[in-house]
Structures are given as C-alpha cells and as structure tokens.
Design a binder for this molecule. Structure first.
Ligand SMILES: Nc1nc2c(ncn2[C@@H]2O[C@H](COP(=O)(O)OP(=O)(O)OP(=O)(O)O)[C@@H](O)[C@H]2O)c(=O)[nH]1
Ligand SMILES: [Mg+2]
Ligand SMILES: [Zn+2]
Length: 307
C-alpha cells in the first residue's frame, strides 16, 4: 500500500493525531509502526502513514516513517539532565511568550529560549502578554542589541501584528505556566477552545495545558503550537560552540580560537577570536549575553522539580 504524507498535530499516550497533506480537513489517529522502535515522534513531524486513513471514529492508521526535520526545538528539564527532549519539529519560529506581570518577566528565560531557538534553526520572537497590567514596562529594552523581533500579544493588544508574523508559518509558543499562551491561541484560532487557567503560585506546579497541540490559523494558513508551561529552559545539551555556530557571521571566526575557548572574552578567554572582528563589538557583546545565560541558572526556578 502506498504511504501518505501527513503532519503530526497532537501526541497523547501512544496515539498521534495527524493531518494528511491530501486532505487537511480530515484529522486521523495513528499509532507508531513497530519497526520505528522508540524513535521520538513529536508535534510538527512530517510522517508517512499507511492503513486506515479514513479518519472515521475508531479508525487507526500507522506511522511508518518520520522524515528528516528542518528544525528541532530541544530542551532538557534542567542543566544537569542528560535526557534531551524534542519539543517541536519543523517549526520555523519560536514565540517566547512572556508576561509583563503576574508572573513577573525574567530576562534569563528569554535568553535561554533564544539560544535553544538559534541552535535548533528557529527564528525567535519575543511575545509580551499582560501589557494591560504593566503598560510602562521597560522589559523589552534588555534585548535591543540582539535584533530580536518583539510583538505584544496581551488581551488588549490588537491581533494584526501577531497574525502578520504567524501567517503561513509553523510557530511554537513556549513560556512559563500562566503567561497566557492558551489565551492568545484562543484569540488566534477561535474554535481552538484551549483551556485557560488561573495563574498558579510559582512552584505550585499547576499547568493548565498538559499536551502540545498544533492548531491551524484560520486565514492564510500556518500553524501555532500551544505547549504546556515550563519552569526552566534546560540547556544541558548545548555548548558555547553550538551557539556561535548558529550565527553565520561569527561561525568561521571561532576556528581561530584556542582549544577549549568558551568565547566569553577576557578575562576568561583572553585570546578569543571574536575580539578580533572589526565592527562587530556590539554584536559580539550581545551574543556573549546569550552565552552567559547558558552558564547561569534561572535562580527563581532553581531547586524546583522539573517539568
Ligand atoms: N490581565 C491579563 N490577563 C491575561 C492576559 N493573558 C492571559 N491572561 C490570564 O492569565 C491566566 C493564564 O492564562 P493561560 O492562557 O491559561 O496561560 P498559559 O500560558 O496557557 O498557561 P499553561 O497552560 O499553564 O502553560 C488566565 O487567567 C488568563 O485570563 C493578558 O494579556 N492580560
Ligand atoms: Mg495553556
Ligand atoms: Zn573564542
């Protein structure tokens, strides 16, 4: 039987929801073919499916192949966790969703998420919510030298600027629990009906959304992936070289660095080749902020059990 190409839009206890390229209006339920072993299959994956692709109640098709991924958003639960999980595959963009208040915003989280985005091949975008609770916030100023696109996605902000960024693309939303990811998704995709929760106290560990789901944008195409809130963005799998190599204008320079260079510059790395790039001083300084974020824990969430 010929396989059909599909995209995974949901994952739940050994069942994957997929949409067929040939008929996106007909969601189907699939299982993993035995020969795939334990290959992770995540939201956004392009897969080949065989079997009953009718989408009728109780029908079950089989995923027989997972295509190579164009981008991979990975994280670990914390910086010592050896287990790396793939959050989303093939997303072009990462919306780093941060509330301006309740819970209060943290630059470290944004920097860490940016590192994961660049290393995984995604374009990071900072999406600020709860603008109504702190209209005067200067939080975004911290990212001025990083060329980070910033958009306001609070309940009282207009949707058009958000839609302009999302249309035609697969975008993953990521952020702490309670920042308003599902609230924004519900505005963007009116029949999404994502559950929305109270802001739970930090460390209480109540997450309203518990599974990642990709939802189709109504006009113009594109998908948004609503993900469960995370406490921290563990980067145990990422080295300073990985980060620099994600920037095409800096990647070559570090071939001239001494062995073991962490690219932070003096005093730690007095001979770092990034300090020899004329006209790049501000850019190098901005990217070193990101490197510093890998070495610094997110203090608020330190010691919390991971999620
Ligand atoms: N004042 C205000 N409240 C908001 C805004 N956006 C979301 N909220 C509220 O914040 C709370 C949490 O919103 P959710 O959308 O459930 O947050 P979430 O990021 O999806 O949380 P998890 O699913 O747990 O990760 C809800 O009570 C929302 O009504 C906003 O822009 N302004
Ligand atoms: Mg949610
Ligand atoms: Zn160096």
């Amino acid at each position: 039987m010929d396989a059909e190409r599909a995209m995974v839009f949901s994952v739940d206890r050994g069942r994957w929801g997929c949409v067929l390229d040939s008929d996106p209006e007909r969601p189907i339920v699939t299982m993993r073919a035995r020969e795939l072993g334990r290959t992770p299959i995540v939201v956004g994956d392009q897969v080949d499916v065989v079997g009953d692709v009718s989408g009728k109640p109780d029908s079950l098709a089989r995923i027989v192949r997972v295509a190579d991924r164009s981008t991979v958003l990975r994280r670990t639960a914390d910086d010592t966790d050896p287990f790396e999980r793939v959050v989303v595959a093939n997303a072009e963009q990462l919306f780093i969703v941060v509330a301006l208040a309740d819970p209060p915003p943290r630059t470290g989280f944004v920097e860490r998420a940016m590192v994961a985005a660049y290393v995984g091949g995604l374009q990071p975008i900072l999406c600020l919510t709860k603008h109504d609770l702190d209209a005067e916030s200067e939080f975004a100023d911290a990212f001025e030298d990083l060329d980070l696109t910033i958009v306001y996605g609070g309940i009282e902000d207009p949707l058009d600027p958000v839609l302009d960024l999302l249309t035609g693309k697969l975008t993953a939303f990521i952020g702490h629990s309670g920042v308003g990811k599902s609230t924004l998704v519900n505005r963007l995709v009116p029949d999404a009906y994502r559950a929305v929760g109270e802001v739970s106290g930090v460390g209480k560990g109540r997450h309203t959304s518990t599974q990642s789901v990709a939802l189709p944008l109504p006009d113009g195409g594109g998908w948004v992936v609503d993900t469960p809130g995370i406490r921290s963005f563990g980067l145990a799998h990422i080295t300073p070289d990985d980060v620099i190599k994600a920037f095409s204008d800096l990647a070559e320079a570090i071939e001239d660095c001494p062995r073991g260079c962490t690219h932070l510059g003096p005093p730690a790395d007095p001979e770092c080749a990034l300090d020899l790039l004329p006209g790049k001083e501000r850019r190098v300084a901005a990217i070193r902020l990101l490197l510093n974020a890998i070495n610094t824990n997110d203090p608020w969430f330190r010691g919390q059990s991971s999620s």
